[in-house]
Design a protein around this ligand. Structure first.
Ligand code: NAP
Length: 302
């Protein structure tokens, strides 16, 4: 499918798609670029990179495909470093969780004739780094492509074909719309998990130990989400500030309504909401999106 593929960042997401490329022989040569020897040595050891370098320009020179798989705050500097050496016709793509900021950070730097196809796999775990990846991560999950107007259709089709090969279903969204949808389906749930686990750790010692001991009552699921990568999530909230603040405003209003219902004993209101939300869960299960993300992350309630 590709001759030379350069990975800028080869952690959980990058190494998982690199494993698929290896398994299915989709690239003649894979070059991995990261900041540390630890990451690059792991990529070699796992046999997901033929060449490694810390130099972005060296990594992307002669590449047909560049996969940006780093936290979203790094995009501008990475695009700037690669721009002078990208070959005409090359495709640059990414896997970042926020799309409008990805487009504004990367596009202005790219030379004419280089195609940027932004994308986002709706798959992941709370683990990071090349060792955390696995080749089945994207199976049955969505890969959202958010091409800016005028993006080359052949480049879009090649990226879609790559992710289909990884087992994903493809959908196309406008970048700003993607960011609004993900603000409520992913970003806000993470913010809530970080808040609940943070609140629990501020409790007095006696209660805190019992929180951990009896965590199977619900808290455990939040701790898994709240163990997600701190740098990645810092970047997501800052890059998607407007959409997250909009959804947070709505949540706060709904929470205030529930607070009042509990105070005045309005059981009918509570039950009505809980019945409606139970239906949402059934919809998620029917859509096949409830499966635990990795074999060692089995949640019996999922
Ligand atoms: P990760 O496991 O922490 O991997 C990040 C990789 O980028 C590492 O190889 C890291 O290696 C490298 N890196 C970081 N800064 C760099 C820089 N300035 N220059 C070059 N390499 C750099 O993260 P991930 O979970 O794969 O996430 C990567 C992207 O995927 C993020 O944009 C995230 O929003 C998106 N995403 C994540 C998930 C998820 O659940 N994790 C799901 C969907 C999308 P060094 O530390 O050695 O530099």
């Amino acid at each position: 499918m590709f001759n030379r593929v350069a990975f800028i960042g080869i952690g959980l997401i990058g190494s998982s798609i690199a494993r698929v490329m290896r398994r299915d022989n989709l690239a003649s040569t894979i070059i991995a670029c990261a900041r540390t020897d630890e990451t690059l040595d792991a990529a070699k050891r796992l046999n997901i990179a033929d060449e490694t370098t810390k130099d972005i320009a060296e990594a992307v020179r002669d590449a047909d495909l560049v996969m940006i798989c780093t936290p979203v705050s790094t995009y501008g500097a990475i695009a700037q470093a690669m721009a002078p050496v990208l070959k005409p016709g090359a495709i640059v793509t990414d896997v970042g969780s926020v799309k409008e900021s990805a487009v504004t950070a990367v596009m202005p730097h790219l030379p004419e004739g280089v195609h940027f196809v932004p994308g986002h796999p709706i798959a992941g775990t709370e683990n990071s780094g090349p060792e955390a990846g696995f080749e089945t991560l994207f199976e049955g999950r969505w890969f959202l492509i958010t091409p800016p107007p005028g993006t080359d259709q052949t480049a879009i089709d090649k990226i879609a074909a790559l992710w289909k090969q990884a087992g994903s279903q493809i959908d196309y969204l406008e970048p700003a719309h993607h960011d609004q949808v993900l603000a409520i389906t992913s970003h806000l749930p993470h913010l809530i998990a970080y808040t609940i686990v943070g609140t629990a750790t501020d409790l007095e010692d006696q209660i805190k130990s019992e929180v951990v001991k009896y965590s199977a009552s619900g808290f455990r699921d939040f701790t898994r989400i709240a163990a997600s990568d701190p740098v990645m999530w810092r970047d997501i909230f800052i890059a998607n500030r407007d959409a997250v603040l909009e959804m947070l405003g709505r949540l706060s209003e709904d929470l205030a309504g529930l607070q009042r219902a509990i105070r005045v004993g309005d059981g009918e209101k509570l039950e009505r909401l809980f019945r409606r939300t139970r239906e949402i869960r059934r919809g998620v299960v029917e859509a096949g999106q409830h499966i635990p993300p990795s074999p060692d992350d089995t949640d019996p309630k999922s």
